[in-house]
Design a protein around this ligand. Structure first.
Ligand SMILES: Nc1ncnc2c1ncn2[C@@H]1O[C@H](COP(=O)(O)OP(=O)(O)OP(=O)(O)O)[C@@H](O)[C@H]1O
Ligand SMILES: [Mg+2]
Length: 255
């Protein structure tokens, strides 16, 4: 359903040209959970901004069900790397904002957003300001806002990057559970190989900048997965393979 073909991206600035992506080709099938791991600065967020329709590639195309989505924001749901909750809006209004921007009445948007608060572990916090939420709650509020769009394809850029290990781990089981409701296709960026393996059907590894896909590794474990998976020797072997690929790709230092 999501087809990314030979994407390249160059940024031109006062100090010269930065080649962020080179010949990135990948596809995600309906309902599939695919993670991308790669070193910092290899172009993962750049890739997402192109697929989200917010940035244009220098080469190549991104297709959704066969139609180009380049320059067409709104087709896929996108949660950017930074938590973008508006500090002046209550949590419920932050969650409802994209529906309102899409033309829905405020009352209806609030009702739809409110119906998900329990599922996202935020019941009772509808009228709190973002500054009154914990880090994990803020990320769940951002995820709620992203999933509320009920898109068939969702891009999540390091949603748990800033969380402590314990919170992260409980978020993994929770996300797996929420994902299984509507089962959208997910493209998920992370630095964390454990997280990628726990959540994904496939893991793509990316080279240092200019980023390209080095390997496409299927993750064969059944679902639902629990933290017991971390004790599985097959999990440890797969983790070692991925870490080896990442390390081999980055020898020679950052470009
Ligand atoms: N708007 C921009 N203008 C100019 N250069 C940019 C812009 N956005 C990103 N870059 C450059 O493109 C390269 C890739 O950046 P990007 O944010 O896509 O990396 P990333 O893989 O998401 O990194 P991280 O893992 O640290 O989030 C970097 O060298 C960055 O400096
Ligand atoms: Mg990034």
């Amino acid at each position: 359903m999501l087809d990314i073909r030979q994407l390249g991206k160059e940024y031109r600035g006062a100090t010269g040209v930065v080649r962020a992506l080179r010949d990135v080709t990948l596809s995600v099938r309906r309902g599939e959970f695919v993670s991308i791991v790669g070193p910092s600065g290899c172009g993962k967020s750049t890739l997402f901004s192109i697929v989200a329709g917010l940035a244009t590639p220098s080469e190549g195309d991104a297709l959704f069900d066969g139609r180009s989505i380049v320059g067409r924001p709104g087709t896929v749901a996108y949660m950017p790397q930074k938590d973008l909750l508006m500090p002046w809006l209550r949590t419920i209004d932050n969650a409802a904002l994209p529906l309102e921007l899409a033309g829905m009445s405020r009352a209806e948007a609030r009702t739809q957003a409110g119906s998900l608060f329990r599922r996202f572990g935020l019941a009772g916090f509808e009228r709190h300001w973002p500054s009154e939420l914990s880090g994990g709650m803020r990320q769940r509020a951002s995820l709620l806002r992203t999933f509320l769009r009920r898109s068939d394809a969702v891009l999540l850029d390091e949603p748990f990057g800033a969380l402590d290990a314990l919170t992260r781990s409980s978020m993994h089981e929770w996300l797996q559970d929420v994902w299984s409701d509507d089962h959208p296709a997910v493209l998920f960026v992370t630095h964390d190989v454990d997280e990628a393996l726990f959540l994904s059907d496939r893991v793509l590894t990316m080279s240092p900048r200019p980023g390209r896909i080095l390997a496409d590794t299927p993750v064969p474990f059944g679902r639902p997965r629990t933290i017991d998976l971390y004790g599985d020797p097959a999990f440890a072997r797969l983790k070692q393979t991925l870490l080896g690929e990442l390390r081999a790709s980055s020898t020679g230092g950052p470009t």
